[in-house]
Structure formats: C-alpha cells, structure tokens
Design a protein around this ligand. Structure first.
Ligand SMILES: C[S@@+](CC[C@H](N)C(=O)[O-])C[C@H]1O[C@@H](n2cnc3c(N)ncnc32)[C@H](O)[C@@H]1O
Length: 376
C-alpha cells in the first residue's frame, strides 16, 4: 500500500474536497487547465475517459460536463470512493459511468481508453515508473494522457514547512490536535495564495502530516524519458515552454521533438522554486546542481538528519540561487536558516515575512499524445 492509501485509510479521510459551491466557475477553471494542455471540450466529447485516483470526484464532475462517451473512475480509498459515488449519484444519465473501488495496480480491463487522467497521484508513489508504464499501455493510439509532476525544486518550500510541522507536532498523538495547530501556524501563509480552492485542513493533512510529500521527486524530463519515442509532448500547465521553431523545421521524430521540451525544462527548472517570480533562464549545470541540493534536503528531512546538516544544505541552496539574482527567494531561505538557529515556535515562525508567501509551483500538469501507426 502506498503512503497516500496508508494515511487515508488509517484516519478514514479523503483530504481533497475543494470548494466548488460556484460550480460554473469551477468548470471554467478546469476548462482553462485543459486548454493549456491542448485539450478542448470537443476533445473529450464522445470519448472514453479513464481517471485514476479522482478522490471524491470534484474535478471529474467538471470533466463530465464535456459529455464523454464513457467515464471510468478508479478510487481505492474507501472514504474517497464513498464520496465519489455520492457525488455521481445525482447525475441523470449514469449509464456511461463506471466506478471501481480498487487500486489501479489491480485494474486490468480488456479494453483501452482515449484519454487517461491521473492527477495529484504519481509523484507521491514509490513505483512511479511502473505505474506510468501501466497507464501508457491502456491508451489508444492518438490518445492523450494527462499526469502531474512535482519535483524536489517545486516542492522545496513545502518540504521546509513539513520539517517545521514535524518539529512542532512530534509530541502530539491526536491527528485533529495536530491539524488544528498546523492550521493556526500556517493559515497566514495559505491566505497569501489567492487562487487556492483547497481547504486549509485538507492541505495541512496531505502536505504536512502525510508522508507522500517525501516522494515528490518526479521531474518533467524524467517523464519525457519514460515515454521514449512513443509519445509527443502536447501541453503543460503552467505553460513554461516556448518554441519558436518554424513547424517545417520541427523534428518529426518524437524523441527529438520531445528533447526540445526537455532542454527547456532544464533551463527553466529554477523557476519552479518560487511561484512569486520568474527569473531569466539559467544554465543546465546551475539548475542540475540546485535539483541535487533540493533532493538532498528531502532525503535529510525524511531521514531525520540533525538540524545542522539541514542548515548546511539550505546554505548551499542559497548560494546556488544567488547566481540567479532571485533576492526574495534567497531572503526567504535566509529567514528559515535564521529560524533553525532559534526555537521553532509559533511566535518565531510568524516573524518570517518573506517565507510566509514563499510557495513553489507545486504540481505541474503535462499532457502527451500517443504516436499512431501511420506516424511510422
Ligand atoms: C492527493 S489525492 C488527489 C486526488 C485528485 N486526483 C485531485 O487531484 O484532486 C490522490 C488520490 O489518489 C488515490 N490513490 C492512491 N493510490 C492509488 C492507486 N494505487 N490507484 C488509484 N488511486 C490511488 C488516493 O486515494 C487519492 O484519492
């Protein structure tokens, strides 16, 4: 059982209940996301859709408004599954909805799908590559996959909050008590995220109490490598990729085509660290070094390495970022280093004015389309 399922089943929770009181607005936001991924409502209409790990199905309800031919949903967590079936209960025409209460690893249909969506799940798994390959095998030719990636740079500030949260709650057994304390400590941070629809309680449970965040090391370039020459890059949100190549000069070989996006990812990777700013491109070496230090930090925090080593890694990250001229991000990291030298308590955390609004870009959505036989 993966970290999500262990945690969700232990406490009988499904901490993914966004506020969708304004459902029309929710659908428009989802349509914006899909457009960034080069998926329009007509791409979904009359297609067979598979969604893996939809939790209570709040996003799936929006996707369903685009009239797919069929919609198959796989949700193993019992609380999420109950919510999901309840949410889809009132839909008039249910003939084309299939909901399974099993883990995707145990789902073996004798058919394929046109579009497969797997959001907010793969980065938290240990067996990411096996899981992705299973998805790829269930996709029709010309079909589209939508997955999310979160890596060590994009999750840096959240990992630091997880470290602080662990220090603050290590002597508290009761999960409700833990979450109440963390909401109090980090509410002012979360309030700076204007577009956030996720409940603060859900966010604290998933990111600060659950351990799946330690697995958040899935980089976009790794996904591109896994797909080899069987898929073409289609879109991303945030849309970090620009490509000025004249279409007649674009490589027609999928591997070379995808390499354009892979290279751009490395040049832009530092821009995932802090959603407040966009910095000029940097060298691949600088960003690879930053990626290494951020990964070291995740491993150190996961393994309860002494505070002194954590400070040393943060100093290396700060040094690396100084060459990019990203002063507010650097100031945020300096504040954390300063905090770690003092007592980690509510009062001291509340004094960190730069860190308060420092969040990484979190998860990125990426879409790919499967090469079809007439491409060969
Ligand atoms: C962080 S939640 C994301 C929920 C939703 N997709 C979203 O983005 O709002 C991860 C979801 O994946 C589900 N999940 C975990 N392991 C799974 C597996 N092996 N197969 C299918 N779903 C899984 C969890 O139960 C949970 O609902």
């Amino acid at each position: 059982m993966n970290e999500y399922l262990k945690f969700y089943e232990k406490y009988k929770i499904s901490p993914v209940t966004p506020n969708i009181n304004n459902f029309k607005e929710h659908v428009k936001k989802r349509a914006n996301l899909y457009r960034e991924l080069s998926i329009l409502p007509i791409t979904i209409k009359d297609r067979d859709i598979l969604e893996i790990g939809p939790a209570g199905g709040y996003n799936a309800l929006a996707t369903y408004t685009f009239n797919p031919k069929s919609y198959t949903l796989i949700e193993p967590n019992s609380t999420g599954y109950t919510e999901l079936t309840k949410n889809f209960e009132n839909i008039m025409c249910k003939k084309n909805i299939f909901i399974y209460n099993i883990a995707f690893e145990n789902f073996n249909p004798n058919r394929k799908y046109d579009i497969i969506i797997c959001e907010g799940l793969i980065p938290g798994l240990e067996n990411k590559d096996v899981f992705i390959n299973k998805i790829l095998n269930l996709l029709n030719e010309d079909g589209i996959i939508v997955i999310t990636a979160i890596d060590q740079i994009a999750v840096l500030f959240e990992i630091i909050r997880k470290y602080i949260a662990n220090c603050l709650t290590k002597n508290i057994e009761d999960i409700d008590e833990k979450v109440e304390l963390l909401i109090k400590v980090f509410e002012s941070h979360l309030r700076t995220l204007k577009g956030m629809t996720r409940k603060h309680r859900d966010w604290c449970l998933d990111n600060l109490i659950g351990d799946a965040i330690f697995e958040h090391t899935l980089t976009i370039d790794h996904v591109i490598d896994l797909l080899q020459d069987n898929f073409y890059f289609l879109g991303s949100s945030p849309g970090i990729f620009t490509n000025f190549t004249w279409y007649k000069e674009l490589p027609t070989n999928a591997l070379e085509y995808n390499n354009i996006f892979k290279e751009q990812f490395f040049l832009q990777w530092h821009n995932f660290i802090d959603y407040r700013y966009i910095q000029p491109k940097r060298t691949i070496d600088q960003n690879t070094e930053l990626g290494k230090y951020c990964l070291d930090l995740i491993i150190a925090i996961k393994n309860n390495i002494p505070k002194k080593s954590i400070i040393n890694i943060l100093l290396k990250i700060k040094e690396n970022l100084l060459s990019g001229g990203n002063h507010i991000t650097v100031k945020s990291i300096e504040e954390i280093i300063h905090l770690l030298h003092k007592k980690i308590n509510y009062e001291n955390i509340n004094k960190l004015s730069y860190f308060q609004s420092a969040f990484g870009r979190g998860q990125s959505y990426i879409s790919f389309t499967k090469r079809c036989t007439h491409d060969e």
